[in-house]
Design a protein around this ligand. Structure first.
Ligand code: NAP
Length: 342
């Protein structure tokens, strides 16, 4: 990565993650010399505002990545599969939010608080993990550093925003329809999420798990360097606009005193403890919406297993689960420039 301010392309600039990326680059004063917003032909030619400037959205096409240093990609797997290798071949580093390259052995899968060193081995493409997995590993890593984790059982409560900007809009619209006494008919998500919930809509696999649940298994193993980790997930879409929640049961190879786990999580990077047993106050999606940390709480001994702990967490998955994590990876690359701090 060169030492000068960078030419940065946002691939998927009009999407939920793309919009957050634009905001974070500005908020975190990322050294941008030039910003290139890219989207589908549907949005090409429209303008968007960034840092008081009006920028014209361009379509992705041959030659568009020439001279670009960094591509932050969030336009889906098929777009990334087609364009990320071309961008890398043109000399850019691509940080990809899609699942296209996450399990590729030559592509680092990075959560900066957990495995920052992995980013160094990149060959032009770095994968940003699945959103629920990022949030989960932030809570698992500090505990695993103290006592080996044997098994994780996790249930997720995933917001509409995990399915993109149009799914959020659909939840707003269909909630109004229900309140007005109408029949909600979904066109973006497979079922109406208004006053409803359903099992995650990613494709079902022959073993009965859906793709999202298996992403949590395979990506957690790769990020944490635990290829044998046993993990079972149940992923559920809930009528929350933004921020995912997870109920997590963690079994260790020996008992883990609750107070020790709490103290570790309280000082873990990227984690915030929200926990008041007297007032029954624990993390909620609204605590973390638009914020960076993953909120953890209700850490308790599993009554059914002396070696296991239970905890609850919430995180803004558009931010830490996607855009913020990607920008933090880019910041790691800046630190690695010759002579340099970000
Ligand atoms: P989104 O709101 O639906 O946005 C999709 C973006 O991709 C839009 O900018 C869209 O442009 C662009 N796009 C679609 N087809 C394209 C094409 N053929 N060529 C160029 N651009 C194209 O989706 P999102 O939620 O931001 O998610 C984007 C990616 O991030 C996905 O891979 C998703 O799995 C991943 N991700 C999302 C989250 C999340 O919480 N939402 C978390 C982690 C990872 P137009 O506006 O022109 O259609």
């Amino acid at each position: 990565m060169p030492r000068r301010p960078l030419r940065v392309a946002i691939l998927g600039a009009t999407g939920a993650v793309g919009q957050e990326l634009l905001q974070l680059l500005e908020e975190r004063a990322f050294p941008v010399a030039e910003l290139l917003p890219l989207a589908s032909p549907r949005s090409a030619g429209q303008s968007l505002r960034w840092q008081e400037r009006s920028l014209t959205i361009q379509p992705v096409e041959e030659g568009v990545f020439e001279g670009v240093d960094l591509v932050l990609a969030s336009a889906g797997g098929s777009v990334s599969r087609r364009w990320a290798p071309l961008a890398a071949a043109a000399g850019a580093v691509v940080i990809d939010n899609s699942s296209a390259f996450r399990l590729h052995p030559a592509v680092p899968l990075v959560v900066p608080e957990v495995n920052p060193e992995s980013a160094r081995g990149h060959r032009g493409i770095i994968a940003n993990p699945n959103c629920t997995t990022i949030l989960l590993t932030l809570a698992l890593a500090p505990l695993q550093a103290r006592r080996r984790i044997e098994r994780v059982v996790v249930s997720t409560y995933q917001s509409a925003s995990g399915a993109g900007a149009r799914a959020m809009e659909e939840l707003r619209d269909l909630s109004r329809t229900v309140l007005d006494g109408g029949e909600p008919v979904s066109t973006v998500l497979p079922h109406s999420l208004a006053f409803n919930l359903f099992l995650h809509n990613s494709p079902l696999q022959p073993n009965g798990y859906c793709e999202e649940e298996l992403k949590m298994l395979h990506e957690t193993r790769k990020i944490m360097g635990l290829p044998e980790l046993r993990l079972s997930a149940t992923c559920v879409r809930v009528p929350v606009l933004r921020a995912h929640s997870e109920a997590v049961n963690i079994r260790f190879e020996e008992p883990f005193p609750v107070d020790e786990a709490r103290a570790l999580l309280a000082r873990a990077p990227g984690v915030e403890l929200i926990e008041n047993f007297e007032t029954n106050r624990f993390p909620m999606p609204t605590d973390v919406t638009g914020r960076d940390p993953v909120a953890v709480g209700r850490i308790r001994q599993d009554l059914s297993d002396p070696n296991a702990l239970e905890l609850w967490l919430c995180g803004d998955q558009i931010r830490k689960g996607a855009a913020l994590n990607a920008v933090q990876i880019a910041e790691l690359l800046l630190q690695d420039r010759p002579g340099g701090e970000a």
